[in-house]
Design a protein around this ligand. Structure first.
Ligand SMILES: O=P(O)(O)OC[C@H]1O[C@@H](O)[C@H](O)[C@@H](O)[C@@H]1O
Length: 277
């Protein structure tokens, strides 16, 4: 499968597959891999990659008539540019436009652009969608980031306390998060609504600062042991080494009239461990 490497002057790097404009690997300068990528992912054209950062557009999950999570994650995106800016940041821009295949299932004219910027201890992924047609359309979307964790039992997510969420494990029931520190002990699949712009994924060795802009919601997903056995492309015990924290626009679908654009981004930064870990 066609992939590019984007490297910042300081050595930080990402690998991106043209299928899905899918970030498969992110290594901060002087650091270690931060994204989970299943060793048993299929790597077959048209099959979703298990791990990294799938781009979900124009439909999250099964919330519509399209294939699950829409078509962008399995479509071929065109590399528009790959360069270093004046500060040495590595920047790659991929574009997806409507085509016969997309119009057959979703009859709208659009351009989606994914801009990936890497440097130092940071990775920023920005998705911009423009309505290039004459008809208004609406969509749901997500950056479905699979964070690598050393041990899910020692990881905790901070920042969601008091948020409402739809519990997909429980028919989409609306609940309120009570935990200050969310720990994953079983299959978890939740759409948190109107979440704060900054969350922290804490592990003993580091903290991941997860900032979102433009995306109002956050999905937290881990298949647990019960869900993992149903995923043929998830490596054995893979659920113990990953946590998806997804910047998402689901509760309020994005509506774009002709000529309008929308942008959402997820900005990640690796910070040293804190005393709370
Ligand atoms: O197996 P897929 O299609 O990549 O989806 C993985 C998961 O993605 C999450 O975003 C959804 O909330 C889950 O319900 C889903 O199971």
């Amino acid at each position: 499968m066609e992939k590019i490497t984007v490297r910042a002057a300081d050595g930080a790097s990402v690998h991106i597959a043209a299928q899905g404009a899918h970030v498969c690997s992110w290594i901060p300068a002087g650091g270690q891999e931060q994204l989970f990528l299943s060793k048993t992912s299929e790597w077959r054209e048209g099959a979703a990659i298990r791990g990294g950062v799938p781009v979900i557009f124009p439909q999250f999950g099964g919330l519509g008539h399209l294939p699950k999570h829409g078509f962008a994650r399995t479509a071929h995106w065109t590399l528009q540019s790959c360069s270093n800016d004046a500060q040495g940041k590595g920047i790659a821009v991929f574009v997806l436009q409507d085509n016969d295949a997309s119009r057959a299932v979703w009859p709208y004219a659009f351009t989606a652009q994914l801009r990936v910027t890497v440097h130092a201890d940071q990775l920023t992924i920005a998705l911009e969608v423009s309505n290039t047609g004459t008809e208004t359309f609406s969509f749901t979307a997500a950056l479905h980031t699979y964070f690598a964790v050393q041990d899910i039992a020692a990881a905790s997510l901070h920042g969601l306390q008091h948020c409402q969420y739809r519990d997909s494990m429980n028919g989409g029931q609306l609940c309120t998060e009570t935990a200050d520190s969310l720990q994953i002990t079983a299959e978890t699949d939740r759409i948190y609504l109107n979440t704060p712009p900054e969350l922290h994924l804490q592990q003993p060795q580091q903290v991941m600062r997860i900032k979102a802009e433009g995306f109002a919601d956050t999905v937290v997903w881990n298949p647990g042991a019960t869900g993992a056995v149903k995923l043929s492309d998830l490596e054995p015990e893979g659920h113990q080494r990953m946590l998806c924290v997804e910047a998402a626009a689901i509760g309020q679908p994005v509506v774009l009239a002709a000529g309008q654009s929308w942008c959402g981004q997820q900005q990640l930064q690796v910070l040293p461990a804190t005393d709370q870990n």
